[in-house]
Design a protein around this ligand. Sequence first.
Ligand SMILES: [Zn+2]
Ligand SMILES: [Zn+2]
Length: 502
Amino acid sequence: MRLGIPPKKLTDKNHEKVVDLLKKWNISFDNYTRTESPVHKEFVQNHFLKIQNNGYIFTKETELLRCPKCDRFLPDRFVEGICPHCSSERARGDQCEECGRLLETTKLIQPHCTICQTTPIIEKVTHWYFDLPSFTKQLQEYIKNNKQLPENARNFSLNFLKEGLKPRAVTRDNKWGIPSPFPGSEDKTLYVWVEAVLGYVSATIEYFQKQGEKKKWREYWFDKDAKTLYFIGKDNIPFHTIIFPALLLAVREGYALPWNVASTEFLQFEGQKFSKSRRIGVWIDEALQLFPVDYWRYTLISIRPETKDTNFSWKVFIEKVNSDLNDTLGNFIHRTLSFINRSFDSAVPKPRKLDERDKRTLQSVKKRTAKIAQNLEEFKLRAALRVVMRFSHLGNKYLNEKEPWNTLKTNPQASANALYVAVQFVKALAITLEPFIPLTAEKLWRLLNLSGKVHEQAWSEAAIPLQPGHKISKAEPLFHKIEATEEELPAMLEKARLNARK
Ligand SMILES: [Zn+2]
Ligand SMILES: [Zn+2]
């Protein structure tokens, strides 16, 4: 609307763009769908009718903001003003980004229409409401008993409940959106921020319809042992721990409530909030014009804001790529593989009479891969990645102590043993790097001359040693240093940005 393009056309275009970018970033989904899907629409309408039949929907006359100049009611995100709670000046109609509270549009101080800046007028309209307060007790118990919820989600939700729940309007006067199913509300649509969370259920239904197993979705939502998991930013917490569970409870069918909501804090860019309009940040399409996708994936995971806000800076990016990826990880892999190419005719050497140090190093593979898996299962991606990187730190240290380039002449078997051990670390790296930097892991898999795709390997494969005599391919560097300085990178980004627009 703001861009002068029909909403459907705009969302179609954006959906395609997002699908393409996710692919380029090596992010894959079993079912990447959208709330435009007919399966979703039908599911949502039925779901809300069930909620109404159970007595949790009522109508109320309320006041809404209307822009006299644009001649329309203003959906929440088209109004901005001052937050009545924290006085932030950029609060949106439905939520204040600064303090995270959900807002009522008419309570905004000094509101203005974001399209034309005019001060809106208040008009009376009837809307359909969801009786959220009825679920206060059940939600309190759900949050208290849900031990694996991260701190931020738990604290935010408990405070939210303590402040008292309010009924939530579920209809809007928008032209686009899902038509409201309630009798008498034919000219209205369902409020997108309430309806969208039901997309988790409808996406499961859609997925199994495509698989030809129409009933199977129920196992994921009604089985006692089914666990659903959500990855969100902290501003989305109330939708996942309050509104979504309440909508599931309201149909009284025994839905499994969200098992875990892995909610991150915010990532900043050079100490500031990302902003498209103010051009603060790097967009994921531009990023790929500057550097390979794995440089970004590695850096972003290693600074993932898991427990507090974190900051992306060019300085950090250069450090991560040059020191971690290139000098530590890349160096360990390259020196190991090229040494085997050169001195052992590209064949994994045969180990004999390993000493204690060799044995300990070999044995650590199993323990370490188990630790990585455990961190991943607890959604500690940063910690997991740190353990992966330990392979290359320890590998480098091990080679430096063993000096196989010296013992090659004086004690060839010791040199062979060292390379046998080191190459097992390299293999473990190929498997354990895969969730983080899949493209690099696949390249490494090919350098090791192993069959199939690394993505298809079992996790336990990491600790299965390469056999003596196995021929590896010719080593090639996996990374390159960033030569530009942190002062030069912003200009490179500007250039990439201009190219992207052409
Ligand atoms: Zn606020
Ligand atoms: Zn306006």
